[in-house]
Design a protein around this ligand. Structure first.
Ligand SMILES: [Zn+2]
Length: 432
């Protein structure tokens, strides 16, 4: 045997052995080996390895937290980009569940929302599952409020939108209040209010801000229909006439309400224009011009209109009222004459036409019929309607017209309600 052959016999197995040893050493340094040692089957190890990049596998080889992060990586919530965050989180002692939650993009977004409450997280996520299109902000608000409402007596889930609309309105009214801070006491008050308001929902002139007054009035008058309760409270008669009187809101201009609850001061004296040729006295200047046009229009149809009692000063009204009261007594005088300060005539916006007495039966004249059809074209309304004395405190006065301007006169005439009610709903309504 040649020497060369002998050497080959020794060297080749040696090389093979070294290669095998090398391969073995290499293998024990791979993730596959580590997974096998951790008890994963070959198939499992294969799919686990595929999750991690080469670089991550190197990190895992050196990490004692390998089984935990493999659990994390097998969860559908696993975020590849957060590999290192999971690992360092595990080293800090956080649980897999906490880490999966912390890096769940849905949770990250929710946590950034105003009003987010950690204790409601599971409820947010389940709401998001059931209504995937809902914005996170709405999810947070809806869950936060619902959980509080559900603890409130009388809560009806079908009325949720109504409760929320009312709650937000209340929050808006409170300076510095935050709609995303859900106050339990407020929610309880909201549920009570909305539930109480429910029977009124079909009332056309219902004013939410007056609910307590309606309820008090209804309690005192249990047989009254809701429509009447609303009308009467809106007109203000849940309080006796001339109680809690207030200065009229002059800022309302031609829509100012002057009655047994609202007065004008002597200093509220209007700019007036004489009605010379159209009757006696003066009216507020714009009303005076409108009145003259109205008289001309009636005249063109052969009808005669004339102011017999327009603007009155405080002193004149005082003279009128005290005269009536002396003769007829306060109670009766109050039904046809206003106490000083409380007469519309003092605004310069009211005018008695042709007559000023019930016995004259102005309502049977052609002039009255014409006024019914035309007064609104000039900005006037019939102020004291038939059968409404209980609301206005005044008998039917077919001769008494009130200037409100042309914008609303027709609406008011067509409404069939008293100016008190119309004003309450359309002008001074705190809900609007
Ligand atoms: Zn009058």
């Amino acid at each position: 045997m040649k020497r060369g052959k002998k050497a080959a016999l020794i060297i080749i197995p040696l090389v093979i052995c070294l290669a095998a040893a090398g391969a073995y050493i290499y293998y024990t340094g791979t993730i596959g080996y580590k997974l096998a040692k951790l008890g994963y089957t070959k198939d499992q190890a294969g799919s686990i390895t595929a999750i991690f990049s080469e670089e991550e596998q190197q990190v895992l080889l050196a990490s004692p937290a390998t089984p935990e992060i493999i659990d994390i990586a097998s969860d559908p919530r696993y975020q590849k980009a957060n590999f290192k965050d999971y690992l360092s989180g595990l080293q800090e002692g956080k649980t897999a569940e906490t880490l999966l939650t912390d890096y769940d993009p849905r949770v990250v977004k929710l946590r950034a929302e105003k009003g987010y409450l950690e204790q409601n997280l599971a409820a947010y996520l389940s709401k998001k599952d059931s209504v995937p299109d809902m914005a996170d902000q709405d999810v947070v608000r809806l869950v936060n409020t619902t959980l509080v409402y559900e603890k409130t007596e009388g809560y009806d889930p079908a009325l949720y939108d109504k409760y929320e609309a009312y709650r937000l309105k209340q929050v808006q009214k409170t300076e510095g209040a935050d709609p995303d801070v859900i106050d339990e006491a407020l929610c309880a008050a909201v549920v009570k209010h909305v539930n109480t308001a429910l029977p009124y929902s079909s009332e056309k002139y219902y004013i939410d801000a007056y609910l307590d007054r309606y309820e008090a009035y209804r309690a005192a008058n249990p047989d009254k229909a809701l429509t009447d309760v609303v009308a009467e409270v809106n007109a203000g008669i849940d309080k006796p006439f001339y109680t809690d009187i207030e200065h009229a809101d002059m800022s309302k201009g031609y829509l100012v309400l002057v009655n047994k609850y609202y007065y004008v001061e002597d200093s509220d004296k209007p700019q007036t224009t004489a009605l010379s040729g159209y009757g006696v006295g003066e009216l507020e200047s714009t009303a005076a011009e409108a009145f003259k046009q109205m008289v001309e229009a009636a005249r063109a149809e052969g009808l005669s209109l004339r102011a017999v009692s327009p603007y009155r000063t405080w002193a004149i009204q005082n003279l009128f009222y005290t005269g009536y009261a002396r003769n007829a007594g306060t109670a009766e005088a109050d039904t046809y004459s206003a106490r000083p300060g409380h007469s519309e005539h003092q605004t310069g916006l009211a005018v008695d036409i042709n007559v000023a007495s019930i016995s004259a039966h102005f309502e049977n004249t052609a002039e009255y019929a014409w006024l019914q059809n035309n007064c609104w074209k000039y900005g006037f309304i019939l102020r004291y309607l038939p059968d409404k004395q209980y609301l206005t405190g005044y008998v039917y006065e077919p001769w008494h017209y009130r200037y409100v301007g042309t914008e609303y006169a027709k609406d008011i005439m067509d409404s069939g309600i008293t100016f008190e009610e119309w004003y309450a709903f359309y002008v001074a309504n705190p809900d609007k």
